[in-house]
Write a protein that binds this ligand. Structure first.
Ligand code: GNR
Ligand code: NI
Length: 174
């Protein structure tokens, strides 16, 4: 297993649309393992492959509540088959938008079809935090970030801030 670098805004790669996985093979399982390791190290509760620069429709999640207990999940080619009309609001953050948080409304339940770690087709009903996270990760597959749901002003301010931080880091490195 290996840690991968998480891309942060502003970065055009994060705006790419990810492509369907054709086969869940050993190489893909290696990517999934690396993504889980990278997510735990960050630490975060979800990660999409595009966040490590790979435009494939793969997401990993672990929303286990208790410390020390792990519940790694992975979804290949996830598709939402149905979502509820009711919304719920969660304060969201994103490893690709470091240090920024905002309350975002999303459907509070959804059914998700996907391939599992072994390439088997599965379907689950997601509610609560799991529903929010799956939708946040699936947005990444379309090149969408949670800041896209904020006002233009808020979004611009966040991107400017992150851009400045990046330049400051570049200066230290150079
Ligand atoms: O670590 C994360 N926390 C989080 C909190 C609320 C809603 C969504 C998330 S996902 C985020 C990790 C991440 O950026 N995944 O793409
Ligand atoms: Ni994210």
């Amino acid at each position: 297993m290996a840690l991968r670098e998480i891309l942060t805004e502003p970065n055009r790669v994060l705006r790419q649309k990810s492509l369907p996985v054709e086969k869940v093979d050993e190489d893909l399982r290696k990517l999934i393992d690396d993504m889980l390791e990278t997510m735990y190290a960050a630490p975060g509760i979800g990660l999409a492959a595009i966040q490590v620069g790979i435009p494939k429709r793969v997401i990993v999640l672990d929303i286990a509540q208790k410390e020390g207990q792990k519940n790694p999940m992975c979804f290949v080619n996830p598709e939402i088959s149905e979502k509820s009309k009711n919304n719920s609001t969660y304060e969201e953050g994103c490893l690709s938008v470091p240090g920024q948080f905002a309350e975002i409304d999303r459907p509070d339940q959804c059914y998700v079809k996907y391939l599992d770690y072994n390439g088997e087709p599965k379907e689950i009903k997601a509610t609560g935090m799991l529903a929010t996270c799956i939708q946040h990760e699936m947005d990444h597959l379309e090149g969408i970030l949670f800041i896209d749901y904020l006002s233009k002003l808020k979004k611009t301010m966040i991107i400017k801030k992150l851009s400045k931080q990046k330049k400051a880091i570049e200066r230290i490195v150079v």
